[in-house]
Design a protein around this ligand. Structure first.
Ligand SMILES: Nc1ncnc2c1ncn2[C@@H]1O[C@H](COP(=O)(O)OP(=O)(O)O)[C@@H](O)[C@H]1O
Ligand SMILES: [Mg+2]
Length: 401
């Protein structure tokens, strides 16, 4: 015989009645436990219109209707992957009648590679965010990308452990992801093409004009050499300013499209960039660069250089550091770049998009563009470490040391 429980609405209690409240809380907790364990048929709550009865059977019916109307697949499994219950959406996903699903083994809907992932996944069922992305194999052999979310169900007396599983169709999400990736590719391509154009324009026009101005000012200084005084001083100042301006334009044009990369390769460009950075900022850069026997793919080289540029810019603008370490190496079938400073650091999880620029985001996009990944490790007063790993799509031999 099951018990029924009478609930009254909570009333305001002054602080001295904390003990009473604790007692009521204990009763409420016991009630919830009893409901979970199936020891209660109905819950009676008293509202303004008097007592109201909530039959748990009808609540269960409501849950069933809800589960049957979900777009996601929903299942109940035993620890041995036996399907005790599946909703219609799951049947639709695997294109199999419900009667052939219930009582069968859940693992049959997966490839052997995905099955190997299921066992450790089921073990995480207690964790709140246990999720796994796999391919569901339908009756006609087609594959559906899905995400599984698992939860261990409260055990009824003398019953075995069961799990509830939600299966989400990821086709749309994958499509959006790949569209976003294609879009990012295009943005990066257009950006590089535009940078090359601007670099050429600067080099062919502005630099040439500045150099012509520099020669004129040099001639002027030479003609005024017989004189001393403010006019000669102004002419010398003009020559110095034009010299600085043409050097700056050359640097900007080189940053926009580094010809060193095309002609001398990545490690030469890294060395030039590090040396220029140190000369400009006074921050020493410790650079270790593996020597490649061949060249990396052009896109990979450019991505690594752009990431280094952006990371050094951040070091200069935000880190207030005394050292920077840059390391470019090969790790298995990946090329790995780390840029580390010992400066102020920051909390990467607390970046408010509106307040900051697009530097970190741009680095991530550059890495994604060539199939790589980037990790940003940073904490206040502990410095920042940017780690990039890009797969090598071509075999690259590292020269013997
Ligand atoms: N090396 C670093 N040291 C300290 N703070 C950094 C570093 N790199 C990034 N940050 C922090 O992260 C924020 C976002 O960087 P970023 O995306 O490049 O945008 P922006 O540099 O334009 O602000 C910076 O504003 C800064 O607060
Ligand atoms: Mg920045």
């Amino acid at each position: 015989m099951k018990a029924s429980v009478h609930l009254r609405p909570a009333k305001f209690a002054p602080s001295r009645e904390i003990a009473k409240l604790q007692a009521r809380l204990a009763i409420a907790e016991e009630t919830i436990r009893a409901i979970r364990n199936g020891e209660v048929d109905a819950v009676i709550g008293s509202g303004k219109k008097g007592p109201q009865v909530f039959a748990l059977e009808s609540t269960e019916h409501g849950h069933r209707v809800l589960i049957e109307s979900m777009d996601e697949g929903a299942l109940t499994l035993t620890a041995n992957n036996l399907i005790l219950y599946a909703n219609r959406s799951f049947a639709r996903m695997v294109q199999c009648p419900l009667e052939k699903i219930m009582g069968s083994c859940f693992r049959r809907f997966f490839s052997s590679a995905d099955r190997a992932l299921l066992r450790p996944f089921m073990k995480q069922a207690g964790a709140s965010d246990a999720k796994l992305q796999v391919q569901l194999i339908a009756a006609d052999g087609s594959c559906l990308p899905v995400q599984l979310s698992i939860q261990e169900l409260p055990k009824l007396a003398r019953e075995r452990v069961t799990f509830s599983l939600v299966v989400t169709d990821m086709t749309e999400a994958r499509r959006s992801e790949s569209m976003l990736r294609a879009f990012t590719h295009r943005v990066v391509q257009v950006q590089e093409a535009e940078r090359t154009n601007v670099a050429l324009e600067l080099h062919d026009n502005v630099t040439q004009l500045l150099l012509a101005g520099l020669f004129c000012s040099q001639a002027l200084v030479a003609k005024l050499s017989a004189y001393s005084g403010p006019v000669q001083a102004e002419a010398m100042k003009l020559r110095a300013l034009l010299g600085q301006a043409s050097a700056q334009v050359e640097r900007i044009s080189r940053d926009l499209r580094p010809s060193v990369l095309d002609h001398l390769g990545l490690d030469a460009l890294f060395r030039t960039t590090g040396a220029e950075f140190s000369a400009r900022t006074g921050i020493p850069v410790k650079l270790t660069c593996v020597e490649w026997a061949g060249r990396l793919p052009a896109d990979t080289e450019l991505a690594l250089y752009r990431i280094l540029q952006e990371a050094l810019k951040n070091v200069e603008q935000h880190a207030r550091t005394r050292h920077v370490t840059v390391n470019l190496s090969q790790s298995g079938d990946h090329v790995q770049l780390t840029i580390q400073d010992d400066g102020t650091g920051f909390n990467p999880d607390k970046l408010n998009g509106g307040k900051h620029g697009l530097g970190l985001l741009g680095m991530r996009e550059r890495a994604t563009y060539v199939g790589g990944k980037i990790t940003v490790k940073s904490a206040r007063r502990s410095g920042t470490k940017i780690e990039v790993r890009i797969p090598l799509s071509v075999v690259v031999n590292v020269a013997d040391a």
